[in-house]
Design a protein. Structure first.
Lengths: 256, 267
């Protein structure tokens, strides 16, 4: 454990040192490639004047709302397409088609429909989340060995009981990986929306990124990118990873 | 008149398979799985169904379990036509059909929780009793993947026994195990059968296994699945699969079986 920590720390320190060395070599203009210290300085000032917290909060709130709604809609729809042929032929095909659409493509439509409102943001995130989640859930349920449901049926389990006690738990590893993938998609959609759309009800991290570009403030651009990466990593490590670990332990699918 | 006959049979006859036929239709194939199969199994009997793959023996087992319906004929348990699965006829599968998201205890409790009359503590007691019976009390909280193949099938056996079915249906339950583990389980299953007097229908393609376990061995031939012959095995219990007497029976049955398979190939 300790050794892994050390190795990881060494790697990232080396990365930062290499960055600093490149800056010191003065190959590129410092306007385009700011030093690690100026990025850190930007982050410090942004934390101090509160803009970073505020933007992060706005973004995370939008993300949670959109992602939550996406799951609430996507999971049941995926279960439906996996269990009824007519759902598969309708919603299933719609989802398959729309999931190939990059989420940024929803932005113009959202703007025209909802204007520069929170609803537009929510719409883009939900559209970016829901289709791939339907597909992942559908696949997950279909991958369950039929022997599980047969065994349950022979013990007298029927209908709803089979669904809640066999199909859902059996599909859980697939549902989780689908949800994880959707989380990444939700992030992407929201950043696309925030960068393209200015909304007066709140400036998110995407807006900070956008204004960084407008102001030619590379330290801000890179600083905000770092924050986005950190939030993504934190959610993965604190939310998804523990659930995944416990699932792997129980199912015996853990990688050594 | 027929009713009177049926009544006098009720005491001893557990399962009646009456002139059943079954077809499986897919887009490219129409398989005649079972053709006019009739079978009578008495209470407490250990019957082995033997035959090459594709002879419909698993299909017949599924019908007794209520997981499939015959296209013609009917299957009765205790004088009532079977129209679905029930806790009195439990199935133990060939592959690991244990639920990996539950512990050993959770798996055994699964069927017990479907019996409304039992209290929580009664369920727990029963589960523990049957896990003890198959020698796995110590592994009660283990995850399924932590068990060996033999232990998994023992859990499956405990899970099938726990709801106290009167009929136990076993679909090649030991096929994936190594010889030594299998031999242990032959002993276990005979012991449990004689203590608890279940009616057992056991499907296998291993003739020796069938002779070791069955009071009666029923030979199937494929295309379409038919009953060809029946053998009574009057050997004393507990039987050892390596005994010479047993080998004599299995040699004889294997010879007959080969005859059918060759005729099929030639025809």
């Amino acid at each position: 454990m300790m050794a892994r920590w050390l190795a990881a720390s060494a790697f990232f320190i080396a990365l930062i040192v290499a960055w600093q060395l490149l800056v010191a070599a003065k190959i590129w203009s410092p306007l385009l490639v700011p030093s690690p210290w100026s990025v850190l300085e930007y982050l410090r000032s942004a934390v101090e004047d509160g803009t970073l917290w505020e933007s992060a909060l706005v973004t995370v709130r939008r993300l949670l709302a959109g992602y939550g709604l996406g799951i609430l809609v996507g999971l049941p729809l995926g279960l439906l397409t996996a269990s009824f042929r007519w759902c598969q032929d309708t919603i299933g095909i719609l989802a398959l088609g729309l999931q190939t659409l990059p989420s940024v493509c929803w932005v113009p439509l959202a703007l025209l429909w909802f204007g520069q409102t929170e609803a537009a943001m929510l719409f883009v995130v939900v559209m970016g989340t829901v289709w791939s989640l339907i597909i992942a859930t559908d696949n997950g349920v279909r991958t369950i060995p039929p022997i599980y449901t047969r065994a349950a049926r022979s013990m007298g389990s029927t209908g709803f009981h089979t669904w809640t006690h066999v199909v859902l738990p059996a599909a859980l590893p697939f549902l989780l990986s689908g949800m994880k993938q959707s989380w990444a998609f939700a992030w992407r959609s929201l950043m696309a929306a925030e960068i393209y759309v200015t909304i007066l009800t709140g400036f998110g991290l995407g807006h900070l990124l956008h204004y960084g570009r407008e102001l030619n403030a590379m330290d801000q651009v890179i600083g905000v990118m770092l924050v986005i990466v950190l939030i993504g990593l934190t959610v993965d490590k604190t939310l998804f990873a523990p659930i995944e670990r416990s699932l792997h332990r129980r199912w015996g699918t853990a990688r050594q | 008149m027929q009713n009177a006959e049926a009544l006098s049979d009720v005491v001893t006859t557990k399962l009646v398979v009456d002139h059943i036929s079954k077809w499986f239709r897919t887009s490219s194939l129409n398989v005649h799985a079972l053709d006019d199969v009739t079978l009578r199994i008495t209470e407490g009997e250990f019957v082995c169904l033997v035959g090459p793959s594709g002879c419909g023996k698993s299909t017949l087992l599924n019908m007794i379990a209520g997981l499939e319906q015959p296209d013609r004929g009917f299957v009765q348990a205790d004088g009532r036509t079977i129209d679905g699965p029930g806790p009195h006829r439990l199935m133990m599968f060939q592959e690991a059909a244990l639920f990996p998201w539950l512990t050993v205890l959770g798996n055994v409790l699964f069927g017990l929780k479907l019996i409304d009359e039992l209290s929580v503590s009664e369920r727990r007691e029963r589960a523990e009793y049957f896990l003890e019976l198959v020698g796995l009390k110590r592994f009660i909280h283990s995850n399924i993947h932590e068990l060996s193949g033999g232990m998994k099938q023992r859990v499956a056996l405990a899970r099938a026994l726990a709801p106290n079915p009167s009929v136990l249906l076993m679909d090649e339950p030991f096929a994936a195990l190594d010889a030594l583990t299998r031999e242990q389980l032959y002993g276990d299953i005979q012991r449990i059968w004689s203590q608890h007097r279940k009616t057992i229908v056991f499907v296998t393609h291993n003739v020796r296994e069938a002779v070791c376990l069955g009071d009666r061995v029923i030979l199937f031939s494929p295309n379409p699945g038919r009953i060809r012959e029946e053998f009574q095995i009057p050997l004393p219990r507990l039987r050892d699969i390596n005994s010479v007497d047993l080998a004599r029976y299995s040699t004889e049955i294997t010879r007959v079986l080969k005859g059918y398979v060759q005729t099929e190939v030639a025809g």
